[in-house]
Design a protein around this ligand. Structure first.
Ligand code: GRG
Length: 311
């Protein structure tokens, strides 16, 4: 019990630290002309996300890096959260899911209007790459080896967020929405891309920035893939079994929209078992790396946190 309390305490501290780094890397307002959109961007990033992607990235980095924490990881932690936040802002828009509630609060377009929400999402996506390319350029000039790692990480992020990753998954989700015949294979394609791509990128980028070997990067990709699928199965379960108050967003939307989910193929108990199996498999893969218990503590804590998350 004592060990578990220590892990949870570490995770909370860790979350606060990551929040601080995200704050430091958000764009600053320089004119009242864009003030409203900056406010909408801040609202979307600050309104209570769990920060799972930056937490994962950082934990993988800590596990695999030979150096103490380095500056180059911080803009990546902020950038992946900005991209995640933009995807949620756009996903909530009337043209997509048309949701009025996210994380228990009114969605960005409800507070700032649809046009500002579109710009806020675009602003977050663009600033993520603007800030990262600037930092990468500055690093390349003084430390080419580190700069090249950052370039590789930047390419991995672009791939995961783009048409071969999250956007491709969202497109497939929309395509299959109106289809009565969605196979398990189609569904897993959506999960791997829409939800899994950014989670996988978090693990891969943490490893790249840490200067890990290609075999370690691939092992992290495997962990990221398990997490992505487990995460989306959890989301399907939450939608079916939680209340709006617990979840901070409308529930039973899959059933109302007649949407094919993991629960269209498996029972609730089977879905829960699959989540546990994938997280346990990830924990085994972490062990395979053969690092000390202490070095792996943060990553193991996050995996346990994901496994037991309630929203
Ligand atoms: C609109 C380009 C575009 C993409 C949308 C990610 C996505 C694609 C849509 C979000 C819809 C959704 C509910 C996906 C399920 C998994 C998921 C990403 C849940 C939210 O992630 P959490 O739980 O959120 O990490 P917090 O609030 O903690 O940041």
């Amino acid at each position: 019990m004592k060990g578990r309390q220590i892990q949870i305490l570490n995770l909370l501290e860790f979350q606060n630290q990551v929040n601080q780094w995200i704050e430091e890397n958000l764009p600053k307002s320089t004119s009242k002309n864009h003030q409203k959109v900056i406010e909408a961007m801040e609202y979307s990033v600050r309104n209570g996300g769990k920060r799972i992607r930056p937490l994962l990235m950082y934990a993988v980095y800590v596990l695999l890096s030979k150096e103490s924490v380095d500056e180059e990881i911080k803009p990546f932690l902020a950038a992946i959260e900005m991209i995640h936040s933009y995807s949620l802002v756009h996903d909530d828009l009337p043209a997509m899911d048309d949701d009025e509630l996210r994380r228990g609060k009114p969605t960005c377009h409800i507070v700032y209007g649809e046009a500002n929400a579109i710009l806020a999402g675009d602003g977050l996506l663009n600033y993520a790459y603007e800030s990262l390319s600037q930092k990468t350029y500055e690093t390349l000039v003084v430390d080419p080896e580190k700069g090249i790692r950052m370039l590789r990480a930047l390419a991995a992020l672009g791939h995961a967020a783009g048409i071969y990753g999250m956007i491709g998954g969202q497109a497939a989700d929309m395509l299959f929405e109106s289809s009565a015949n969605v196979s398990l294979e189609d569904l897993l394609y959506i999960h791997r891309h829409k939800t899994g791509a950014l989670l996988e990128a978090a693990c891969v980028i943490g490893a790249i920035l840490a200067g890990a070997r290609d075999s370690q990067i691939e092992l992290m990709r495997g962990i990221g893939e398990h997490i992505g699928i487990a995460f989306q199965i959890q989301d399907d379960l939450f939608d079916a079994l939680s209340t709006t108050q617990e979840l901070g967003k409308p529930v039973h939307s899959d059933e109302k929209n007649n949407k094919t989910t993991y629960l269209s193929f498996y029972t609730i108990d089977e879905a829960k078992a699959e989540i546990n199996r994938r997280i346990d498999e990830s924990l085994c893969l972490v062990k395979e790396l053969g690092h000390s218990e202490e070095a792996a503590l943060l990553l193991r804590s996050i995996l346990e946190y994901i496994k037991s998350r309630k929203y």
